[in-house]
Design a binder for this molecule. Structure first.
Ligand code: AP5
Length: 223
């Protein structure tokens, strides 16, 4: 019997390392990385009406309205690659209403909810030093993950919402919503210490995923 593909959610405050860990996880486990923030930034780059509207909320560090985000995410999760390889959902759901909308159809239920726990002083430091490579999509940090060459360094960009002022607004939004989302997934939540190096964070996630796959094997063997 065909085993169902892995469905993983990852959550955590702004700049806690979600995107960084998603690159490592999808590289090892072959899951399709679906990032709500990345989908929104793509929408902004095409200057679509939804993109223009979304940017107004993102500039204030507020949640973009559900009608935009929910349909965008469910469409992405329904594409053939997500169905074939399984998915890793990053930054969604961010509110109870998003979680409820996502599961209304009975679909898109996660097997594991990863929560990155990072202290607030560290978050600000990670945000202001973050840089992105527009060519490869790789995430860098001037201090913790510097670019490998001058050529890469020269083309790095910074996100419009990566200032100390904006991250505080994003953090407030996160604080207001996190408990209600957590309550929905508490039975499948694994809390990860995100204060350590990215390799050490990944080791914790990797063992949680290994355990999950083991459990699923055992469960399948019993049927
Ligand atoms: P989104 O893009 O999701 O931003 P975010 O949640 O604030 O998270 P980030 O992308 O900033 O950080 P990250 O956790 O991925 O960290 P990263 O790996 O880059 O959302 C942006 C906006 O879009 C929201 O404010 C909202 O307006 C809107 N939006 C998104 N989803 C929405 C939704 N569901 N509903 C409504 N609106 C939505 O790492 C950060 C830095 O730290 C990097 O420089 C990295 O190199 C470094 N780093 C990572 N790990 C480590 C480590 N272990 N040690 C040292 N440095 C590290």
């Amino acid at each position: 019997e065909e085993e169902e593909r892995l469905h993983i959610m990852i959550s955590g405050p702004p700049a806690s390392g979600k995107g960084t860990q998603c690159q490592l996880i999808s590289h090892k486990y072959g899951l399709v990385h679906v990032s709500a923030g990345d989908l929104l930034r793509t929408e902004i780059s095409t200057a679509s009406p939804n993109g223009k509207l979304a940017k107004q909320f993102m500039e204030k560090g507020e949640l973009v309205p559900d009608d935009i985000v929910v349909s965008m995410v469910t469409r992405r999760l329904s594409q053939p690659d997500s169905l074939l390889h399984g998915w890793l959902l990053d930054g969604f759901p961010r509110s109870l209403s998003q979680a409820t909308s996502l599961h209304r159809s009975g679909h898109f239920l996660p097997h594991l909810f990863i929560l990155l726990d990072v202290s607030e002083d560290i978050l600000v430091d990670r945000v202001v030093g973050r840089r992105l490579d527009p060519l490869t999509g790789n995430i860098y940090h001037l201090k913790y993950s510097p670019p490998e060459s001058d050529e890469i360094a020269a083309r790095l960009t910074q996100r419009f919402d990566d200032t100390e002022e904006k991250v505080k607004l994003r953090l407030n939004t996160h604080r207001q919503n996190v408990e209600s989302v957590l309550s929905m997934y508490k039975d499948i939540t694994v809390k990860i210490n995100g204060n350590v190096s990215k390799e050490e964070v990944f080791n914790q996630i990797d063992s949680a995923l290994t355990n999950l796959l083991e459990q699923r094997k055992v469960a399948l063997g019993k049927t």
